[in-house]
Design a protein around this ligand. Structure first.
Ligand code: AHM
Ligand code: MG
Length: 315
């Protein structure tokens, strides 16, 4: 059995970086326990506050953020915390070497229906400043709270998958996740098609046309509406995820956030052999202009992502 600590020791000589991941993993154990019992303890629903994104905060968003704040606050290696739930970057008292950018509980609109949600995180060096491109990430990962609780991690090499056992220990269950180059499964919120640009419409129409269309194969569509669940499926068996820039999200720059949703997921997908783009440029090259910046996200199996890029290149 390989535990998280065994894996970390083999992946990096930097014990401080390892400790940041251990703190996020510990947050995941706590959040998992809260999620399991939230309905019993009356923690479901909104708290009445609105976060910096203008979205109603759920009780569990706030609790999850507090758990991460508390865990990272105890870790001397952490200098700055950026969270979807907090307006400003928080300078931690310990003034450590690392920045953690996190969405403590992504997919919270799904909380009341008991589908997989997750914690997404990205680790950067403090020296690089708050606004570093995804390529500068030192580590990234997510925790998926589903039928099994998975921690998916990359430091710089392979993407590893851990599963939480009954003793709250993270056990390595897949040493090297690999996204197949080709797929016949795509994930996009098709209810938004009236807002789509020509590239998205063109690509999806080809898929819907199936075996008699230009793609020459029959596709299936899957959309959980919870990024961790959708990306996890793609990491496990391939596929493509699209949240493109559409006419409704254009003014905001997209729907998903660059620092703590798009970048960590893009870094994981690329580490597993997949590809990630905004449609017009590599996602990991985008230099952020703000900590809560939004961005179009297209990621997954490389052949499909390249087909979408080809559509964008046409106009
Ligand atoms: P959140 O951070 O407020 O939970 O929003 C992000 C979520 C993603 O998990 C998911 O991919 C997307 O929003 C779903 O959007 P939509 O509701 O438009 O389908
Ligand atoms: Mg989110």
């Amino acid at each position: 059995m390989t535990t998280l600590l065994d894996w970390l020791r083999a992946q990096t000589d930097d014990a401080d970086l390892g400790s940041v991941i251990v703190s996020m993993a510990a947050s995941g154990v706590e959040i998992a326990s809260v999620l399991r019992q939230a309905a019993i303890k009356g923690q479901i629903g909104v708290v009445g506050a609105v976060n910096v994104q203008g979205e109603a905060q759920k009780a569990l968003d706030v609790i999850s953020n507090d758990i991460v704040l508390n865990q990272l606050g105890q870790n001397p290696a952490v200098g700055i915390l950026i969270s979807e739930e907090m307006d400003e970057a928080v300078e931690m008292a310990n003034q450590g070497r690392f920045i953690v950018a996190t969405d403590p509980l992504d997919g919270s609109s799904n909380l009341d229906v008991n589908v997989t949600v997750g914690t997404i995180f990205s680790v950067l060096g403090v020296a690089g400043g708050l606004l570093q491109p995804g390529r500068a990430q030192l580590a990234a990962g997510y925790i998926a709270y589903g039928p099994a609780i998975n921690l998916v991690l990359r430091i710089s090499g392979d993407v590893a998958v851990f599963t939480l056992d009954d003793a709250d220990q993270w056990v390595l269950t897949q040493a090297k996740a690999s996204v197949p180059d080709s797929t016949a499964e795509y994930a996009i919120n098709t209810a938004r098609d009236r807002f789509w640009d020509a590239a998205t419409t063109g690509y999806v129409r080809e898929n819907v046309a199936g075996e008699t269309g230009p793609a020459g194969k029959r596709y299936n569509m899957r959309w959980v509406g919870s990024m961790v669940a959708d990306v996890h499926r793609i990491l496990m068996r391939g596929g493509i995820f699209l949240y493109p820039l559409d006419s409704e999200t254009r003014a905001k720059g997209g729907r998903l956030r660059l620092l703590y949703e798009a970048n960590p997921m893009a870094w994981l997908i690329e580490g597993a052999g997949g590809r990630a783009t905004t449609g017009r440029e590599s996602l990991l090259e985008v230099v952020p202009t703000g900590i809560h910046q939004r961005i179009p996200v297209i990621l997954g199996s490389s052949e499909e992502v390249k087909r979408v890029e080809a559509w964008y290149a046409r106009g």
